[in-house]
Write a protein that binds this ligand. Structure first.
Ligand SMILES: [Zn+2]
Length: 596
């Protein structure tokens, strides 16, 4: 078949022009190891790399999950698109045209999927830009709003800011009237929303528009800030589309990437205005996540390119919790993770507009390591007068101390805490490492690639089991009744598992089965949930595995109960209370008999 031959040649051409190491390193950080490259597998969870890239043969293979193939297979897997779509996408990246003899081999959807969306988004961006510059009263209000936020006309131009009219049909009616694009194209680009009765609305109306670009400066989506509508969300972003993945998008990457590579440092901010304020003032190595928590992909990009991360987040209680979660995702040794707290301004945008570049630079240069920041925060929160407050401090810091990937820095912080709190180092060490010991005594190999591997190796067995239960539930919602029958929810400590249970019990059936992903995305624990959602269970027999987990969990609870009783027995014995001690012993032996 001639066609087959042309197809094969096309595939070879695309592969020759898309080096597998370069392409994969767009998604994950790779390290050279002999002739090959290694990385932690993006398709299953692991702490030690088993994902192998062979540049000579141009293929990848994971020893952990057996995923493998060529560069096209990789892109299709990581983008969750078909092989043919990945082929077209990679061809497009290198400007390779689909041979005319092959056009019939592809459905028009496959060939035009990305081209149409990119064109559509780019034209939409231009449309919004022109609307903002137009003479209409609305546009003037929008421009005044931006001036009020400290922007000038040249900023509006540089960042291609736009405006969408307040009438929710104006944009898509204009597009449809032009005859260039269909309603389906608009929908696939995330620009319109279809209501239940089949009517269309513009996704963005009455909003200042921030186009979001990919690294090669192609528009992939939008963020919109409302300027007039009461009661609607302040910010709105494009939904997930074939080209917009919020887990891998960074606002500003097209402008900041070079500066980030040069300085080996990245400043992370929360919002579009934060980014623009810093960037237009000359601080260029800055990125914003697009209204979402950091994902493993974001973290890979950062670890791949820098030695220092500075979080410029709002450091209220919620911001601190979010940063603690983000911190857990990092594992690069020696990576410096610092935070900056702006005094007298609610965010970076306000601060730099008030105080200018020089003072902002001075504050940035005094960024505090996140752990030090957290310790001081705990001192303030709990006070450090008596033993109760000191215990509260250690308990608060405990999960964080365990998530520090370097043992050396963890020990340094423990020594520091002991000195500053004037308590024995051993006492702190015991509290922090208690979990590790239980885990070692617990016996049974902890699976390297299960949910547990997301946690630091010294997370307690209890925590590991709770996360494994969470993993199973996220993968199989049908297990919820089994869980509720086997586990007393009051014994659960993991806030992630508790919140998931709450969400699952509160959600309607449809969103549970159809859209687990957006349910997960709503949560502050989205990075963990997404990871668990992305990774299939390691076990063949999911329900047997789940039942074993429930047994394991209940045994842990029982053991904790026994330990507690034993402590009381010791107390009773010291006090000479033989009767109580006897009764408690009786309870212990009953509990021990129950142990499965
Ligand atoms: Zn793998």
């Amino acid at each position: 078949m001639v066609e087959d031959k042309i197809f094969q040649q096309f595939v070879v051409n695309v592969k020759n022009n898309n080096d597998i190491v370069g392409t994969i390193s767009n998604y994950v950080s790779v390290k050279k190891s002999g002739k090959n490259y290694m990385t932690n597998c993006p398709f299953h969870l692991e702490k030690t790399p088993s994902f192998n890239i062979n540049p000579e043969k141009q293929f990848f293979y994971c020893f952990g999950c057996q995923a493998g193939g060529d560069v096209i297979k990789f892109v299709s897997m990581i983008e969750n698109i078909s092989y043919k779509e990945a082929l077209i996408k990679l061809a497009g990246v290198q400007g390779i045209e689909l041979p005319s003899g092959l056009v019939s081999n592809f459905s028009s959807e496959e060939t035009d999927k990305f081209k149409i969306i990119y064109n559509m988004l780019s034209e939409a961006s231009l449309y919004f830009f022109k609307v903002l510059a137009s003479a209409s009263k609305e546009a003037e209000t929008a421009r005044n709003y931006l001036y009020m936020r400290g922007l000038k006309n040249e900023d509006i131009e540089q960042y291609m800011l736009g405006y969408s009219f307040a009438s929710p049909a104006k944009f898509h009616e204009a597009v449809l009237k032009s005859g260039k694009y269909s309603a389906a194209d608009l929908e696939r680009s995330g620009l319109i929303v279809k209501t239940d009765n089949g009517r269309y609305f513009d996704r963005f109306f009455g909003r200042v528009i921030f186009p979001i670009f990919d690294r090669s400066s192609k528009v992939i989506g939008f963020g919109g800030r409302t300027i007039q509508l009461e009661g609607s969300p302040k910010y709105l972003n494009s939904p997930e589309t074939a080209v917009y993945k919020k887990n891998s998008a960074f606002y500003g990457i097209n402008m900041a990437h070079d500066a980030i590579i040069r300085s080996k440092e990245v400043i992370l901010v929360e919002g579009y205005f934060d980014f623009i304020s810093l960037h237009r003032n000359g601080i260029q190595n800055v990125l914003a996540t697009c209204g979402t928590a950091l994902s493993p992909y974001h973290v890979k990009y950062i670890e791949n390119n820098v030695n220092k991360v500075i979080f410029l987040y709002d450091m209220d209680e919620a911001g601190i919790r979010a940063t603690m979660k983000n911190f857990e995702l990092f594992s690069k040794p020696g990576l410096n993770i610092s935070v900056v707290k702006f005094e007298g301004a609610k965010d970076a945008d306000e601060f730099i507009n008030k105080h200018g570049l020089e003072r902002t630079g001075a504050v940035l240069s005094k960024a505090v390591p996140f752990t030090r920041f957290l310790v001081d925060y705990a001192y303030n929160k709990f006070g450090r007068r008596d033993i109760e407050s000191k215990t509260a401090i250690i308990n608060f810091l405990n999960p964080h101390l365990r998530s520090i990937s370097s043992e050396i820095s963890r020990n340094q912080y423990i020594t520091m805490l002991a000195q500053e709190l004037n308590i024995a180092e051993d006492g702190i060490r015991e509290l922090v490492f208690k979990g590790m010991k239980t885990s070692a005594q617990g016996g049974g190999a902890v699976r390297e690639d299960g949910g547990a591997a997301i946690l630091s190796p010294d997370a307690s067995l209890r925590r590991k089991t709770e996360i494994d239960l969470l993993h199973s539930l996220i993968q199989n919602i049908d297990f919820l009744p089994l869980f509720l029958a086997g586990v007393n929810p009051e014994t659960v400590k993991s806030p992630e598992l508790l919140q998931m249970l709450e969400m699952m019990l509160g959600a309607d059936n449809l969103s549970l089965t159809e859209d687990m992903q957006s349910l997960c995305a709503q949560s502050e624990y989205a990075p963990l949930y997404n990871k668990l959602l992305a990774v299939p269970l390691a076990s063949e027999n999911a329900s047997k595995y789940f039942e074993d987990l429930i047994t394991k969990f209940n045994n842990i609870i029982r053991k904790e109960h026994i330990d507690e009783l034993k402590m009381k027995i010791r107390e009773a014995e010291t006090a000479g209370d033989v009767e109580t001690s006897k009764q408690l012993l009786q309870k212990v032996s009953t509990l021990q008999k129950d142990n499965v």
